[in-house]
Design a protein around this ligand. Structure first.
Ligand code: CA
Length: 226
């Protein structure tokens, strides 16, 4: 059974989400604030974290940063009540994998969760190691090393990198990346792709603003060259 940690302070909202997820076969642990969520994360492992942005005490952004600072690669979906673009982008920049804006339907939430879990739990990886520059990508262990130091890529970042490497040297459109990675089939906001690419470059490229490997094809998408 896949385990989800729900960090949400609004009781009614939390109950509704918990009931829906349990109905779909997930096991759900609920924390009403970031501090209690951290205790649960330290005590057990989860397959995914649903993280509300507006929390009493430490907010969802801080909590997201903390989870990544701990080196945990667990997929994180931010729940935001606000529709401002800035919140979405901030969430992605600090390591969230996806976001969903309240109010959302349970069907949409379940679809997002399933898409994220599908790719992060996909174990049938190319049994191979791929090298470029001073970077080593191990598709078996999902670990990436830069100059022999372990780099913490999130599950989503790893999946995008893998897709780019597999499709090299072809250009992959933003729409294709969105569809393959997030499972979106509707009119998307491609900013989510750009932000993740930016994060990967920061972690792996010597000069992120002038990348050697993950190139931008203006107006189309991205391609990997090595
Ligand atoms: Ca809240």
């Amino acid at each position: 059974m896949q385990k989800i940690l729900l960090i949400e302070d609004e009781h009614g909202m939390a109950e509704g989400i918990k009931d829906a997820l349990e109905l779909y076969g997930f096991s759900v642990s609920h924390a009403g604030n970031a501090e209690d969520g951290e205790k649960l994360l330290d005590a057990e492992s989860f397959d995914l974290v649903l993280l509300d942005v507006m929390l009493p005490g430490r907010d969802g952004f801080e909590m997201c940063r903390l989870i990544r600072a701990k080196g945990l690669n667990v997929p994180i979906v931010m729940l935001t009540a606000r529709s401002e673009e800035v919140d979405k982008v901030v969430g992605l920049e600090i390591g969230a994998d996806d976001y969903i804006t309240k109010p959302f339907s349970m069907r949409e939430l379940i679809a997002r969760i399933r898409a994220l879990l599908r790719r992060t739990n996909d174990q049938k990886q190319t049994p191979d190691v791929f090298l470029f520059g001073n970077v080593k990508v191990d598709f078996n262990t999902h670990k990436v090393f830069c100059a022999e130091k372990l780099v913490n890529l999130t599950g989503t970042e790893f999946a995008i990198l893998k897709l780019l490497i597999e499709e090299r040297p072809n250009v992959i459109s933003r729409d294709k990346i969105l569809n393959e990675i997030w499972g979106y089939t509707f009119c998307p906001d491609s900013r989510i792709v750009d932000t993740h690419i930016l994060n990967i470059r920061k972690k792996l490229e010597c000069e992120p603003s002038n990348p050697d490997f993950i190139k931008t094809q203006h107006g189309i998408g991205y391609r990997f060259t090595a």
